[in-house]
Design a protein. Structure first.
Length: 397
């Protein structure tokens, strides 16, 4: 099968992107390994093309910037979709054949879709993502804040022949809003080939320390404010513990001013700020030893879409505290292979962390093994088969 992915981010670009870019790198490699022809058309800072991993064609598209005013971002999204799909049409006119095209729902990339059968994969819900960075986030109230961008994304999604996504939570929300049936295809977990005995230089900073760990993007959307509201009680109750953070710091508004998330955390830790350690963004070979040595991993996202942070921590057999109703419940059964807390609930977080600390090693090992087994179910071949099945059903109509 000849498959083309049209996207606004990919791992080959200067701005590496997030979960979408990682997913596309994984699924394109899986498809290519299975003998399929794969092309990636991605937004870029240059116009060119090259072979990635010697078997995947990458077409870079540079979109001239528009001189637009504040609040009119939607115009740039229309422009991006037009240019990206124009490259696809150019390839078709040059004689290249594609059986199917896959778009992300984000940024309305499929707005100017071609006549090729198309599918859309849910990457996130921009409406919820945007509002989750607001202090008083409420899922129901967020729908009253719909923008032109949100409407364009829904229009593009409705144009697709089929829609699927990894998160049943996000799929349900978007399906209710758009009326589209959305199939669930969980993303594959690709095991990082790390060495369990690798000694990271960063371990010297945390050697012989007991600690809580949060890694990944640090932002209000990812629940940094809940940790800020909890951290004094956590460190006060558990004097022998530190709190380790790793990941890009997206800043937060506190008392009307932008400050870094780590400044916010340190302010809330008060006299215990010296037990806060920020490692920055770490490559996997350095991050995995830090995860393995943690007592628990705390991921308090307000909303999420099958987060890689949760997959990695569970695969490494760590007890994860995740937010109920934010998508973690698809992976975590509370008290069985991890723990779920209420959204924005500092009290829940403190109580659950206390519970984990008071559990025996045997109890934690059982939870870790069950967490590992849940992630092992997310096999690349299963994702491949389900994805190809959706493609085939679209092409058979």
């Amino acid at each position: 099968m000849k498959i083309v992915f049209v996207t606004f981010e990919f791992v080959t670009e200067k701005v590496k992107g997030g979960g979408l870019a990682s997913y596309l790198a994984n699924i394109s490699s899986i498809l290519a390994d299975a003998g399929h022809s794969v092309t990636i058309i991605t937004l870029s800072h240059v116009n060119d093309s090259f072979e990635w991993k010697n078997r995947i064609r990458v077409e870079r598209v540079c979109v001239p910037p528009l001189l637009i005013g504040k609040g009119r971002v939607w115009l740039s999204l229309i422009n991006q979709s037009r240019y990206l799909n124009r490259r696809l049409r150019k390839l078709i006119r040059s004689g290249q054949h594609f059986d199917i095209v896959q778009y992300p729902n984000t940024n309305a990339v499929g707005l100017f879709r071609t006549g090729i059968p198309s599918v859309v994969r849910i990457s996130n819900d921009s409406l919820l993502w945007r509002n989750s960075n607001i202090e008083g986030f409420d899922v129901d109230k967020a729908y009253k804040c719909e923008t032109v961008q949100d409407k364009l994304e829904d229009i593009a999604l409705k144009k697709a022949d089929r829609v699927f996504g990894p998160s049943s939570r996000i799929a349900g929300i978007i399906s209710t809003r758009t009326g589209r049936k959305i199939d669930i295809v969980e993303s594959p977990y690709i095991q990082f080939d790390d060495d369990p005995d690798f000694v990271s230089d960063y371990l010297n900073l945390i050697k012989d320390k007991k600690y809580f760990l949060t890694f990944g993007q640090l932002s209000r959307m990812k629940g940094i404010q809940v940790i800020g509201e909890s951290i004094y009680r956590l460190l006060d109750t558990h004097q022998e513990y530190y709190y380790i953070f790793s990941g890009p710091d997206r800043s937060i508004v506190s008392d009307g001013q932008y400050i870094t998330c780590m400044e916010y955390i340190s302010e809330n830790a008060k006299e215990y700020a010296d037990r806060i350690i920020y490692l920055g963004s770490l490559p996997r070979q350095d991050l995995y030893p830090v995860i393995r040595a943690a007592k628990m991993v705390i991921l308090t996202s307000r909303i999420d879409n099958m987060p890689n942070t949760c997959l990695e921590a569970m695969y490494l057999k760590k007890p994860v505290i995740g937010t109920n109703g934010a998508g973690f419940e698809q992976l975590i059964t509370d008290g069985v292979n991890g723990f779920l807390i209420g959204r924005d609930s500092a009290d829940d977080l403190v109580k659950t962390a206390d519970r984990i600390i008071n559990m025996s090693d045997e109890e934690l090992n059982i939870i870790g093994e069950k967490a590992f087994e849940r992630i092992r179910q997310m096999k690349p071949k299963d994702t491949l088969d389900k994805t190809l099945g959706i493609y085939s059903e679209v092409l058979s109509k």
